[in-house]
Design a protein around this ligand. Structure first.
Ligand code: PEP
Ligand code: MG
Length: 558
């Protein structure tokens, strides 16, 4: 029995085989082949397999987001068997070079050719040819695309996962996560909480590749993973698992109840999601709405800019399935830890403070316009709120709103329907936005506090850096005072204020949030019922004066 200790970031106990996340190898070996016929056949087999995989992805995309979404994979299928492409590969292999090296060379050659073409559509094909070739190379080298090549669900181990990697994972195969690095507000942790599965981060070198395939039990509450547990440990952890299941059953009885405190204060409990499939868990956990749809996950899941129709179908699906409940869709929040190749963003020294989120959208309005058109078109199917991330100045909000007005005008002139009651709000995730919230409140319909970034920027503490540990403290009085300031300024100006960062689900702070008058808490679906329980047990009148007094006098020792 081996015990690995890390930091638990998503509770629950799960048992299964340990599986190491597979990445496509970036270095491709170059060898000389003598049996070129056999090598050509090896390429043909890989090509056929790639075409099959793309067919499956097209069907999945069609079922999830419509025909337009499937088209991308169908185009890739055609590209994989394009005659010129195939001929170039055949020539290289017949010249005596191994298939993966030839596919890599031809990919570079074709991508360069597309990139230099006049036509924007053809230029965009450069990314497609790279993607298709990457898939064929992965098959040839035995690397697994999509990360998990197992028939049974596994405990997934990795150094850390990029958002673009998490988005491609087959979620039905994951029982739990263990990562070497990461932090509580990294996107692996957020994904685990959304999925409601245990996760442990920051185990460092304790995770060894020779453990692959061994039985492991993870306990997300204590941050412990036990490899090949002895009988006693297994029984103890399995008992804990049973107790947790019982708690879940007990919480299920709170479904359908209002989120009202003992003394009659109501709060809306909404959910955070990353893609349309998550709506299912929102509804099963009785979320009252969606307080944060991280729309960038749609972009992360695509190999090129998602079209207006593709996005429209995804937003429409969420709004339709939420059936008239409020849905807050955050516009693209790319950059920093969420990088996407096809955006071709230049390397930055300090990406968290660089070209990201709304800044990209305002600098590249053609990208923003496509998203806004899709959002307004979808607004006809439910109750949409649009939210801009990473705001620091009033002018940014005005410029973004101006683009919204232009888009609405265009849609009207094209005779396309949209709702006339779409609320427009902003995230408060920078100290600048919090301090300017009196002015910003006059520009928008609501605020939603992104406490993950607000903590990072207020405390000058990288949210991705697991070494910073106790320095990244979202309970810090500086963060809590900013939240109170934002809530006061929102209410003085007659708008609502929510929290959509991970702190919203922190039960130690629920009384504080209710005391400062937060109107909405948006949390991972699994946190809805525990939070409702806490709200039902709270008496704001009894705790408010003390908590606000502590906050003002800096006695916040939570
Ligand atoms: C936040 O910063 O708190 C937030 C909700 O946004 P994200 O975690 O996606 O940066
Ligand atoms: Mg953020």
């Amino acid at each position: 029995m081996i015990t690995i200790q890390g930091k638990g970031v998503s509770t629950g106990v799960a048992a299964g085989p340990l599986y190491f996340y597979q990445r496509v190898k970036s270095e491709i070996a170059r060898t000389t082949v003598t049996d070129t016929d056999a090598e050509w056949q090896r390429f043909k087999d890989a090509q056929a397999k790639a075409i099959d995989q793309l067919g499956e992805l097209a069907e999945k995309a069609r079922a999830e987001a419509g025909d337009e979404a499937a088209l991308l994979f169908e185009t890739h299928q055609m590209m994989a068997e394009d005659l010129d492409y195939e001929e170039a590969i055949e020539e290289g292999i017949k010249g005596g070079t191994n298939a993966e090296a030839v596919v890599s060379d031809v990919s570079v050659q074709f991508a360069e050719m597309f990139a230099t073409m006049e036509d924007a559509y053809m230029q965009a094909r450069a990314a497609d040819v790279k993607d298709v070739s990457g898939r064929i190379i992965a098959i040839l080298t035995g690397a697994v695309q999509g990360g998990i090549d197992s028939d049974v669900p596994v405990i997934l181990a990795a150094d850390d996962l990029a958002p673009s990697e998490t988005v491609q994972l087959d979620k039905s195969k994951i029982l739990g996560f263990i990562t070497e690095g990461g932090s509580g507000s990294s996107h692996t942790a957020i994904l685990a909480r959304t999925m409601g599965i245990p996760a442990i981060i920051g185990v460092g070198t304790q995770l060894k590749s020779e453990y692959a395939g061994r039985d492991v039990i993870v306990d997300g509450a204590t941050g412990t993973a036990v490899l090949e547990p002895d009988v006693e440990t297994r029984a103890r952890l399995m008992k804990k698992r049973e107790e947790q299941l019982k708690t879940l059953e007990m919480l299920a009885q709170l479904k359908g109840k209002e989120n009202v405190t003992k003394d009659g204060h109501s709060v809306r409990i909404y959910c955070n999601i990353g893609n349309p499939e998550d709506v299912h868990t929102v509804l099963t956990n009785d979320g009252g709405g969606i307080g944060l749809f991280r729309s960038e996950f749609l972009y992360l899941g695509c190999d090129d800019f998602p079209s207006e129709d593709y996005q429209f179908e995804a937003y429409k699906r969420v709004l339709t399935e939420m059936d008239g409940k409020e849905v807050v869709i955050r516009t693209l929040d790319i950059g920093a830890d969420k990088q996407i190749g096809y955006f071709n963003l230049p390397q930055e020294e300090n990406p968290a403070m660089g070209n990201r989120a709304l800044r990209i959208c305002l600098n590249r309005p053609e990208i923003f316009r496509t998203q806004l058109r899709a959002l307004y078109r979808a607004s006809a199917y439910g109750k949409l709120c649009i939210m801009f991330p990473m705001v620091t100045s009033v002018w940014e909000v005005r410029e973004a709103k101006k683009l919204c007005e232009q888009v609405k005008k265009e849609l009207t002139s094209e005779g396309i329907a949209y709702a006339d009651d779409v609320q427009v709000g902003i995230m408060i995730e920078t100290p600048a936005a919090a301090i300017m919230s009196d002015r910003l409140a006059k520009e928008v319909d609501f605020f939603s506090c992104g406490t993950n970034d607000l903590t990072q920027y207020t405390l000058a503490c990288d949210r991705q850096n697991s070494d910073l540990g106790r320095f990244f403290d979202p309970h810090h009085p500086a963060v809590l005072r900013l939240l109170k300031l934002v809530a006061d300024n929102a209410h003085k100006n007659g708008i609502w204020v929510g929290i959509c960062g991970e702190l919203g689900a922190d039960l130690q702070l629920t009384e504080t949030f209710l005391s400062i008058g937060i109107d909405e808490l948006s949390v991972s679906p699994r946190s809805v019922l525990p939070l409702r329980k806490k709200v039902l047990e709270t008496n704001v009148a009894q705790c408010r004066d003390k908590l606000l007094g502590d906050l003002a006098s800096d006695q916040t020792q939570i």
